[in-house]
Design a protein around this ligand. Structure first.
Ligand SMILES: NC(=O)c1ccc[n+]([C@@H]2O[C@H](COP(=O)([O-])OP(=O)(O)OC[C@H]3O[C@@H](n4cnc5c(N)ncnc54)[C@H](O)[C@@H]3O)[C@@H](O)[C@H]2O)c1
Ligand SMILES: [Zn+2]
Length: 365
């Protein structure tokens, strides 16, 4: 099947390409004006990085830097090591960074590219479903500090994103399923066809080779592109649409779950629980129909995502939500739905509703 090219407009336009084998487009995408390429790859993915580095070596001076595993890549010392390596290799403004890995690698690598000489080109080759549909697209980069996740970062649009579905073949099932949490989120906030695909497809068929997974990837990326192009710097959307904040559907509780569980719950799993939570909240503090709430549970659990949670008390999660950076002032903010694909901001819901919604996800499985 042909590759799918999705254009991202704005001040720094670029393409997101989806297909099997699209990593081979990398030299053409970097072009002839680049001399040096730093490949910042998740250290455990050497087998995926080798052929990509081999293809680049024919055209460029290549610096291959293996990163620490997962979230341990997103630290200031790792960024500093990368800056040192770029300096020793004599990286100039016309050279480029390539990231290969999950969202940890794209966030760290994007941050290094954003900061080296105040910004050099970066191309992302995401290798997790989550990174394809979320982290690699949209230009947000960042690292963690002792005080919390993603507190230091920069907006830096990539020069291109190559979503090579073949790279997903080795991804552990639970990582793929976690990525589906963000995909299904996109179904609720903007593209209900995503929900229909999930509902009519045998979950086992959602793998690296399937046309259905590919369509889900493309639809979720389309949702993200449409939202970020409408709201590149997170200033809010037009006509009362929440703008980029809509992508945080389910995330207020999800971040609280991640933090209070010491990040033992995967992000996509926490988002799944958080989506059911805001659906329950919208049924109480808004006008969401019970059938749409039920559909949250049905689609998310169908692919193996959790839809209930009882490992923390409401009071602990409530306190954690209040310190989330997404809260403005003392008011908690949630993206809620009035209906499928009809999102709005719910600011400052009453504690009774917040608690009742939590009770609904604690008891109902
Ligand atoms: N910048 C953004 O807009 C944005 C959006 C969403 C998430 N994020 C960030 O993304 C990160 C999470 O990303 P993630 O879920 O991709 O996790 P991850 O990058 O930590 O990868 C998860 C695990 O899967 C392994 N892995 C990755 N690809 C593989 C493959 N093809 N085969 C086998 N193993 C593979 C990784 O080595 C790692 O152990 C978080 O730090 C989050 O903050 C950023
Ligand atoms: Zn997310």
């Amino acid at each position: 099947m042909n590759d799918t090219v999705m254009h991202v407009g704005g001040a720094s336009p670029y393409d997101v390409v989806v297909g099997h084998g699209v990593a081979a487009r990398l030299p053409a995408l970097l072009g002839p004006s680049v001399e040096r390429v730093a490949v910042l790859y998740a250290g455990s993915l050497g087998a995926l990085a080798d052929p990509i580095v081999d293809a680049l070596v024919e055209h460029y001076d290549v610096l291959a830097l293996g990163l620490p595993e997962g979230e341990r890549a997103k630290t200031a010392p790792v960024a500093a090591d990368c800056w040192e390596a770029l300096g020793e290799a004599g990286f100039t403004r016309s050279d480029a960074v390539v990231t290969l890995g999950g969202g940890s690698a794209t966030d760290l690598g994007g941050f290094v590219a954003a900061t080296w000489l105040r910004g050099v080109r970066v191309v992302h080759l995401p290798t997790t479903l989550l990174a394809m549909v979320d982290a690699a697209v949209g230009g947000k980069t960042g690292i963690n500090t002792g005080a919390g996740k993603n507190l230091v970062g920069a907006f830096h649009e990539p020069a291109g994103v190559l979503c090579d579905l073949s790279l997903l073949a080795s991804l552990p099932r639970e990582e793929l399923v976690a990525g589906l949490g963000e995909v299904i989120k996109c179904g609720f906030i903007a593209d209900p066809e995503i929900l229909e695909i999930v509902e009519r497809t045998d979950p086992d068929v959602l793998n690296a080779d399937s046309a259905e997974l590919r369509e889900l990837v493309e639809r979720a990326i389309r949702v993200k592109i449409d939202v970020v192009v409408g709201d590149l710097r997170e200033e809010g959307g037009a006509d009362g649409h929440p703008g980029r904040e809509v992508l945080n559907y389910g995330h207020t509780l999800a971040h609280a779950i991640e933090r209070t569980s010491d990040y033992t719950v995967r992000h996509g799993e926490a988002v799944a629980i958080g989506c059911v939570y805001v659906a329950e909240l919208a049924a109480r503090a808004g006008s969401l129909e019970p059938a749409v709430v039920a559909r949250h549970r049905a689609t998310l659990s169908r692919v193996g995502l959790p839809t209930s949670y009882d490992a923390a008390s409401f009071d602990d999660l409530h306190a954690a939500m209040k310190v989330d950076k997404k809260a403005r002032g003392s008011q908690l903010r949630f993206v809620v739905l009035d209906d499928l694909a009809s999102p709005r901001i719910l600011a400052g819901p009453g504690e009774a509703d917040l608690r009742a919604a939590y009770e609904a996800i604690t008891s109902a499985g």
